[in-house]
Design a protein around this ligand. Structure first.
Ligand code: GLU
Length: 512
């Protein structure tokens, strides 16, 4: 058999904001497509009208754009040869009905006229008979109102009268269903575990089960990657392909592992309390009035976000952790996707952003932070000063938006000083040292980090005080706070005049 062209799809339902788990599914599809020079398609699975959420589709599109994992075909990305890519529009064209009718005709699907009350009754009956998992199947269907129990005439009459009905898959009673999953290997399920799934609903809309198969066939999908929650339905899907006589058109399946809560207990939920976002962009749920913060708005770089995501369930086979998108495209493979669920790790997630923050050129960071700083201080700064600030403070930050809080003293001359440090370190001797250092620094022609550090040390030595005794106090005198980037580098950036002014202020305020 000739190799199929790689065509994969991300097929979200617009039933809410796109959770980060959904983004990961999209990411794996994207990387796989790019690696094999194939196509990555966005299909909107909007057949469940009762769960449709306004704005969700746009949100999905914007999220993929922000993450840089853009489909080359599909809704919002210029369509393509298989348009339309929205299932509601495809339904209008009668695409799904045609396949459902084929299955009815070949005897592999049937009409079912049961009302919801009748279905309820059936469930109660089966529960009373201690049936472990009550379902509409080869046994229970025999007691129901459908075209396997009614005469042809009766069925025709009901159909002609427009009686509400669904079309169900006729699953055999006791047959072994075997299929291969790229991640899980061979899976064997007995058909007695599979229910007679509804394929076409009474409103004429297909269910997910029928619609995604029809679309995967028609859109020539080669590999279907999706969440593990779909694994139990896969046997029914296998039967549908078989009964359509289209097993050769079936994509290879790959069920991706779940993303678990940080403690490993259960699936990561959108209400996770780890303090990190669960959504790529801010999301407001109109139905529940709940707002969710996005990775973007939290201050994440999209590169960091997808780098973190790819490692939830995939591994490169070594200890490397930082990958650009292009590197991922080269090395990604489904064989390295784990079966086991992947624990979400909030600290590690921040760590990724920190790594990307450190990698960003100071020139870029400076321009990102400029508006914040100019707004806070009401002053203008030259690029060099801002770049120096970014170079020094970025070691301490996870996010660009933390940089102001971490280093506002770069811009604002301190008027208060860390009381703890003063209490511990300020005395007559250390104060006189600071005064002396101030004099010696004033004499410097070259106010570089090396020169100021040498001066500080020489003065301390001359006065017989260990630098360890006074270093932090000196830092507090200059910055107001007890910790931060390398002090002498900061002083070089502040310049002589500002540094001396800060020392003068401190000396005037320090009381022993
Ligand atoms: N609409 C399904 C979902 O949102 C798609 C599953 C699949 O990729 O087949 O989970």
């Amino acid at each position: 058999m000739s190799e199929r062209r790689v065509r994969v799809r991300f097929a979200p339902s617009p039933t809410g904001g796109l959770h980060m788990g959904g983004v990961r599914v999209a990411l794996f599809n994207y990387l796989f497509a790019k690696k094999h020079g194939g196509d990555f398609i966005l299909r909107i699975e909007d057949t469940d009208q009762t769960r449709y959420v306004k704005g969700a589709e746009e949100y999905i599109i914007n999220s993929l754009k922000w993450c840089g994992i853009e489909p080359n075909e599909g809704v919002g990305f210029g369509d393509g040869p298989h348009a339309p890519y929205r299932q509601s529009e495809r339904k209008e064209k009668g695409i799904y009905k045609k396949y459902a009718d084929m299955l009815v005709k070949s005897g592999h699907a049937y009409y079912a006229f049961d009302t919801s009350e009748e279905l309820d009754e059936m469930r109660k009956r089966l529960e009373a008979a201690k049936v472990a998992a009550p379902q509409y199947n080869a046994v229970s269907r025999q007691t129901m109102r459908n075209s396997t129990t009614l005469s042809e005439d009766e069925v025709k009459k009901l159909l002609d009268a427009g009686t509400p009905h669904v079309i169900r898959l006729k699953v055999p009673r006791n047959e072994e269903i075997r299929f291969h999953d790229i991640i899980r290997g061979w899976v064997v399920v007995n058909s007695s575990q599979v229910d007679d799934k509804v394929l076409l609903k009474s409103d004429g809309m297909p269910t997910y089960h029928l619609a995604h198969i029809v679309d995967d066939i028609e859109m020539e999908i080669s590999h279907a990657m999706r969440g593990e929650e779909w694994l139990p339905s896969a046997p029914a899907h296998i039967l549908i392909y078989r009964y359509l006589g289209m097993e050769d058109k079936m994509p290879q399946l790959a069920h991706l592992p779940l993303i678990l809560k940080p403690d490993g207990n259960g699936k990561l939920s959108k209400r996770d309390k780890s303090g990190l976002p669960m959504f790529p962009l801010n999301w407001f749920d109109e139905r529940t009035n709940e707002s969710y913060i996005g990775y973007r708005e939290h201050g994440f770089f999209p590169e960091a976000f997808i780098n973190m995501l790819v490692l939830l369930g995939w591994n490169p086979g070594n200890n490397e952790e930082l990958f650009t998108k292009d590197e991922l495209i080269k090395i990604f493979s489904l064989e390295r996707v784990n079966k086991a669920g992947a624990k979400f790790d909030p600290e590690k997630t921040k760590w990724f952003n920190q790594q990307y923050l450190r990698k960003r050129p100071d020139t870029e960071l400076a321009e990102m932070i400029r508006p914040v700083i100019e707004e806070k201080t009401g002053k203008k700064y030259d690029a060099k000063f801002l770049e120096g600030f970014c170079r020094l403070i970025k070691e301490k930050a996870h996010f660009v938006n933390e940089m102001w809080d971490l280093g506002s003293y770069f811009f604002i001359t301190p008027t208060s000083w860390d009381a703890e440090v003063l209490k511990k370190r300020l005395n007559e001797q250390t104060l006189s040292l600071i005064k002396q250092v101030r004099q010696d620094l004033a004499a410097l022609a070259d106010f570089t980090a090396v020169e100021t550090e040498n001066t500080f040390k020489a003065t301390a030595e001359k006065m017989g005080i260990g630098t360890g005794q006074v270093m932090q106090l000196f830092r507090v005198a200059i910055t107001g706070v007890g910790g931060g980037p390398v002090l002498f580098e900061m002083m070089e950036l502040f310049g002589k005049e500002e540094s001396l002014k800060r020392l003068d202020n401190a000396i005037a305020a320090f009381k022993v």
